[in-house]
Design a protein around this ligand. Sequence first.
Ligand SMILES: CC(=O)SCCNC(=O)CCNC(=O)[C@H](O)C(C)(C)COP(=O)(O)OP(=O)(O)OC[C@H]1O[C@@H](n2cnc3c(N)ncnc32)[C@H](O)[C@@H]1OP(=O)(O)O
Ligand SMILES: CC(C)C(=O)C(=O)O
Length: 511
Amino acid sequence: MIIPVKKRIQIFDTTLRDGEQAPGASLTPEQKILLAYKLADLGVDVMEPGFPISSPGDFAAVQTISRKVRNVEICGFARAVKGDIDAAVRATQDAERRRIHLFISSSDIHLQHQLRMSRAEVVAKAREMTAYARQFSDVVEFTAMDAARTGIDDLIEMIEAVIEEGASIINLPDTVGYALPHEYGEMFRRVRLGARGGETVSYSAHCHNDLGLAVANSLAAIDGGATQIEVTVNGVGERTGNCALEELVMALETRGDAIGAETGIVLDKLYDTSRLISGAMHFPIAYNKPVVGRNAFQHESGIHQDGLLKDRSTYEIMDPERLGIPRSMIILGKHSGRHALKDRAAKYGITLEPAELDALYESFKETADRQKVVSDDQLLQMVSSTTGQQAQVYELGEVQVLAGSAQRRVAAVTVRHLKSGQETSHTSTGDGPLEAIIAAIGQGISEDIDFAGLELHSLGSGENAQAEAAVMVEWEGLKFRGTATHQDIIMAAGIAYIAACNAALLSTQIV
Ligand SMILES: CC(=O)SCCNC(=O)CCNC(=O)[C@H](O)C(C)(C)COP(=O)(O)OP(=O)(O)OC[C@H]1O[C@@H](n2cnc3c(N)ncnc32)[C@H](O)[C@@H]1OP(=O)(O)O
Ligand SMILES: CC(C)C(=O)C(=O)O
């Protein structure tokens, strides 16, 4: 069998430049430096860490990243202005590999209303500044800003000029997210085949997501001959953002058979990088965001859950573990069925007879009808009340937390060991009330279980909104998860912590 060779797509990451242009996403130079290391570890081929002329902080960030971050090409971004190019050249001069990325607009709209220059003037400027940048760098990428809204002959005229002056990478962006995939792919084909010297350079796509087409357009560009795609992690960027790195990479990974292209991205670092960027920019990731969203690999519907439990491929096209995403496939809610309940109970070491399962199912549906999701803690209580089987090792008893303006928060709890009937009291302090309660509960768990993380979400809004907590613990090299919902955020976290400890202890049949 002949395995066709896939085209290697260069991933050009502009999270720290175009991504950072999203209102409210600004990063400090220190944050940029830390994230640049992570992006290099992720395996991006080229990185645009900022716009050196735009501020002293951005200049310093690009300069430090150029000096310190290895195994990646660093790009200095510049308008077709000598001062911008000089700043980009200076900021990137110590990079292991560097390129200067120069841009000027090509569309009538931009020429008339923004630059207020004639086409002849703009082409002359593009030519002059490309030649200027080439004196300092062997690699010059030229961007015709708003290329997707530019007449094809005008675009070809500009691209021919900069190729003549030595630009070797031609970026044809859809600056305002206006293009349709077939139009965008065709633009690449026409420039590549129509421009003098068009086949001697490589092509890059840079798509915005105003119509939700950034990834589709990037794929169309690959079909049209582009070998570099400009992306941002989580798709952050101007307005509705750029082509999302993780979405493009997973489209190529999952449908490489049909597309015939691949990237060098280290897949199991995708999720962590996504969360890091989201945290640093304070940009939450939508639950339904492809690849890295909370719901990307979670299922609440009984029919889907049944299929997944029989074989994951029934309803999932990607493997979350390959992307570094902790698996928590089944969420229990009013759409769930018996297969999911039975499976979740089994995770806690409980075997249910058919009649017991029916009884549990009935009680479960009554509760689930009133709630967004049913937590493990609630399910285990239902198992106890409907079947008489004790499904918990520990139970949280009394809780009191003192929070306020005083420096340390104090939590006092009682923890019951259900088998022995022993109840113990514990007090602890923390910088916040959550830290205090987690520490106090930890004292009540005899086994050496490590607290490994907490996620909190609000379920609904208004007075009756509930907090959903998910706590991860580690025990004997394995990770376990417990969930809880409660109107009180502190209680939700505490109960979820106990549920996670119960999951650890019961799933290995220790008690
Ligand atoms: C599609 C994109 O993402 S493009 C990148 C957008 N990113 C940013 O703008 C972020 C960083 N920007 C900045 O810090 C500032 O805008 C700076 C430092 C670049 C420029 O600041 P200022 O000199 O005060 O100019 P200001 O931003 O108000 O206006 C932009 C000027 O650049 C001109 N300009 C815009 N693009 C280009 C270009 N590619 N080449 C040459 N000139 C350009 C505009 O016509 C305008 O010129 P004018 O003053 O003669 O009217
Ligand atoms: C200037 C280019 C690279 C850009 O950011 C855009 O067109 O959106």
